[in-house]
Design a protein around this ligand. Structure first.
Ligand SMILES: [Zn+2]
Length: 290
């Protein structure tokens, strides 16, 4: 009887602790979406349970390891590689608009690298570490607008902190009370998953995250003066190229007409930003040609 009562008391305090902790976490910094541009809404507050600094430090380590391995295998494009110069030129135009969606990104040490590989792939790690594979540029013959859309999409995953949010949610569902006691006692949430060698690259995002990255990516590319209609042609190219074998990018990015439909639905907002960047109006914009 006494034992039972004690257990109930522990349970009561544990759930109280959970409540207090979650309340504290949920009151972390909020990044309000800009008043103009696409209507992507606020990003989830779950992510505040994972310290951004730890995740970013872990991402930097993984990125550096990737670069070192690639360099050993002669697969890291040198600074004078024409495609790398092109990627860095595009990133210089896009990155000033990153802060519109995430003011903390001002302090990120952005980096753009090109890996020589047949893979049709690209990513941006938390903290702003961007990578493209030569496969995506060459196989899909991407024009600059399309490269900007891919880059915008990947940067958007980082800006909206989808990885951080994903880790937080996985910890909540997977590790439950252990994580809670660890969080309330030693260290913080996040340290456990990161300590276990959480593979930032291996994360796959939810459909909601992908839609969010499509819209926010299109938004920042348009602000930088890249045609957001390239998002449609990009997905068409991607679909055509992967009839037989799905591209690597597609294996982590659910494809389909729904995505094109969602981009179309938000196109006018993105076109307004693009027209503004081009010093014109939406009506005066030339037709988009493939
Ligand atoms: Zn994505």
């Amino acid at each position: 009887m006494r034992m039972l009562k004690r257990r109930q008391t522990i349970k009561k305090y544990t759930s109280m602790g959970l409540f207090v902790f979650l309340t504290a976490c949920a009151s972390g910094p909020r990044h309000l979406p800009p008043a103009d541009g696409v209507k992507a809404g606020e990003s989830s507050s779950f992510k505040n349970m994972v310290p951004a600094s730890q995740l970013e430090a872990s991402a930097v380590r993984q990125y550096d390891v990737m670069k070192q391995k690639a360099a050993k295998g002669n697969a890291l494009a040198p600074d004078n590689h024409p495609q790398l110069i092109r990627l860095r030129t595009i990133s210089k135009r896009i990155l000033p608009y990153a802060q519109v969606w995430n003011p903390d990104s001002k302090s990120w040490k952005w980096e753009v690298n090109l890996f020589v590989s047949d893979q049709v792939n690209a990513f941006c790690m938390p903290g702003g570490k961007i990578a493209f594979y030569t496969g995506i540029l060459e196989k899909l013959k991407l024009n600059d607008d399309e490269v900007a859309i891919v880059m915008g999409h990947e940067i958007a995953h980082a800006l909206r902190e989808h990885a951080r949010d994903r880790i937080a949610k996985e910890q909540m569902t997977g590790l439950g009370a252990n994580i809670l006691s660890q969080a309330l006692g030693l260290g913080g949430l996040g340290s456990q998953a990161l300590g276990q060698g959480m593979q930032v690259l291996g994360l796959s995002f939810s459909r909601a995250d992908e839609k969010d990255a499509d819209l926010v990516g299109m938004d920042i590319a348009a602000r930088a003066g890249y045609d957001p209609r390239a998002g449609i042609s990009l997905w068409q190219k991607m679909g055509a190229s992967s009839k037989d074998k799905p591209a690597e990018w597609l294996s982590t990015h659910p494809s389909g007409e729904t995505r094109i439909y969602e981009m179309q639905r938000n196109m006018l907002d993105a076109l307004k930003l693009y027209a503004k960047a081009k010093n014109t109006t939406v009506d005066q914009l030339p037709e988009y040609k493939l």
